[in-house]
Design a protein around this ligand. Structure first.
Ligand SMILES: CC(C)(COP(=O)(O)OP(=O)(O)OC[C@H]1O[C@@H](n2cnc3c(N)ncnc32)[C@H](O)[C@@H]1OP(=O)(O)O)[C@@H](O)C(=O)NCCC(=O)NCCS
Length: 142
């Protein structure tokens, strides 16, 4: 199930974040701000059963299509969860494009975006301090 984030999800999201981005983790306050700024486009993927819910992944994107962050719990990758989340952004009506920055060393994420029909649109030197970023983008078909 994909739904908008709620305040009580933030600790689970922080855990996924710190496992996914050990070099540049967001902190709790950053996620709180992002939740306030993007209440409709900060989405979580969760499994629900009688015991409760487990957050397995999230995406944060802006109304104009910038993917601010996307991550899936390391134990639940390669099950299609990331693709479901990213397709939500791609299915937003009236978007001119969806784009993201990706570390040049993050070959897994690059393969993921390319599989979802994104293209490499540019390179930003030292975007991550001492590491370049590739800009990947997807333009909806006419
Ligand atoms: C990138 C990420 C969100 C992908 O999520 P996911 O749920 O594992 O992705 P999916 O299962 O939907 O993958 C869809 C397709 O993308 C490609 N893909 C995804 N991860 C890949 C990897 N590590 N290596 C190569 N191809 C990959 C595959 O073609 C995959 O299809 P397949 O499994 O049938 O071969 C996840 O790996 C992640 O959280 N990474 C750490 C955080 C990160 O790097 N985020 C992106 C920053 S820009």
């Amino acid at each position: 199930m994909i739904r908008p984030v709620s305040f009580s999800d933030l600790n689970s999201i922080l855990q996924i974040e710190s496992q996914s981005f050990p070099k540049s983790p967001y902190d709790w306050t950053t996620f709180l701000h992002l939740q306030m700024l993007h209440p409709d486009t900060f989405l979580v993927y969760c499994n629900a059963d009688r015991v409760g819910e487990e957050i397995l992944g999230y995406i944060i994107f802006s109304q104009d299509g910038h993917v601010i962050s996307i991550a899936v719990h390391p134990h639940h990758r390669r099950k299609g969860i990331g693709a479901l989340l990213l397709r939500r952004a791609m299915n937003t009506p009236n978007l001119e494009k969806v784009w993201a920055e990706v570390r040049i060393s993050n070959l897994g994420a690059q393969a993921f975006y390319l599989k979802l029909e994104f293209q490499i649109a540019g390179l930003v030197p030292n975007y991550y301090g001492n590491e370049d970023a590739l800009i990947v983008q997807w333009i909806p078909p006419p």
